[in-house]
Design a protein around this ligand. Structure first.
Ligand code: ZN
Length: 350
């Protein structure tokens, strides 16, 4: 995530901290050593919460690349989303469950250690025992906040996975997104009434994240309905391995094509995208041959592949175009632009 710093790696997942979390650190430092202790505790409990999500996700074959800690919680960046609602349910519940387990396990030991009055005292940092009680209750707050049945909270995912089995994934998403918007408006209301900037910031974050989730699911559902052959234009240009980059640039200007299969003796041996050509010219100049800068290994797609699969292959390979192959022969090129055009047309229609 942009604006974040990597702290360490655990279970192959890098734990990053967002710069806004460091701002919070400055704020808390001015409050003395007890507030610093609380901040470290929040950091620890949020990290553990996210790790629990990640470890369950890993069990279902989803790779978690990084966890980013923001002042209002963590975000685990996963390479895919669980396809089965039950998997999404278990992944989503694992995080809040960790905080609930902490609350349950430490209740009696802390009651004995600190005394019931201290443990049940309203949140305060007046003494060290009260500060420890404060840290303990943070877990209940984290669990409760994350279990709100609204996107982007874990509770929203739990709600979607339960509803999805009855009304379908897309409709279930829309319901959880609407709840997200309602909670965001409620947070904004209280933020404005109480002049609380943090509440307003949380409201904006929830609203945008909820909308983002809906958008993502809409795109996914639309792209599942179309296949490569529905958008494939057979009218495309190829490049000879020995063509110079200046010749390619000329072709780009005179056609609407920006990504090309590279041929040698009638056989596709490589692929170049617009970015490859631009960076090739920057590094080697106009007279370099295409064959020297082309990608030799690249994903290929078939006519029958659904666009969702093509989109995923483009994202994984960091490419904006891919060749379409039939019986080992290139029959066309499909680009990210083609896909987004399909999306914008199809989404207006439905
Ligand atoms: Zn969570």
């Amino acid at each position: 995530m942009k604006g974040s710093i990597r702290l360490f790696r655990i279970f192959g997942i890098s734990i990053n901290i967002h710069v806004t979390f460091l701002l919070l650190l400055l704020l808390f430092l001015s409050g003395g050593v007890k507030w610093l202790f609380i901040l470290v505790a929040i950091f620890f409990f949020v990290t553990m919460h996210e790790l629990c999500h990640s470890l369950v996700a890993k069990r279902f074959g989803i790779t978690v690349r990084e966890i980013t800690l923001l002042p209002i919680g963590g975000i685990a960046s996963m390479t895919g989303m669980p396809e089965k609602p039950l998997h999404e349910l278990l992944i989503s519940i694992a995080g809040p469950l960790f905080n609930i387990v902490i609350v349950l396990v430490f209740y009696f030991p802390l009651k004995i250690l600190l005394g019931a009055e201290t443990l049940l005292h309203p949140l305060s940092t007046a003494t060290w025992p009260l500060t420890i009680a404060y840290v303990y209750w943070i877990n209940l707050i984290l669990a409760a906040f994350n279990l709100l049945p609204a996107f982007p909270m874990d509770g929203g995912r739990i709600l979607r996975s339960i509803l999805a089995q009855k009304v379908g994934y897309q409709k279930a998403t829309r319901i959880a997104v609407n709840f997200g918007h309602i909670f965001a408006l409620a947070f904004a209301y209280f933020g404005i009434v109480r002049f609380n900037i943090i509440l307003i910031a949380i409201a904006i974050f929830i609203y945008m994240a909820a909308s983002g989730e809906e958008m993502q699911v809409d795109v996914k559902e639309t792209l599942k309905k179309f296949r490569v052959r529905d958008i494939l234009s057979r009218d495309f240009l190829t490049l000879d391995k020995d063509a110079t980059l200046s010749r390619v640039l000329e072709l780009i200007f005179h056609s609407h094509q920006e990504d090309f299969p590279v041929m040698e003796g009638g056989r596709a041996v490589g692929f170049v995208t617009r970015q490859d050509i631009i960076s090739g010219i920057h590094q080697h100049g106009m007279e370099k041959k295409v064959g020297d800068i082309m990608r030799k290994s690249f994903p290929v797609v078939k006519e029958t592949d659904p666009l969702i699969k093509v989109h995923a292959a483009m994202q994984a390979g960091g490419m904006s175009a891919l060749p379409v192959v039939r019986n080992g022969e290139v029959i066309g090129v499909v680009t990210l632009e083609d896909i987004s055009r399909v999306y914008s047309i199809a989404s207006h229609r439905v």
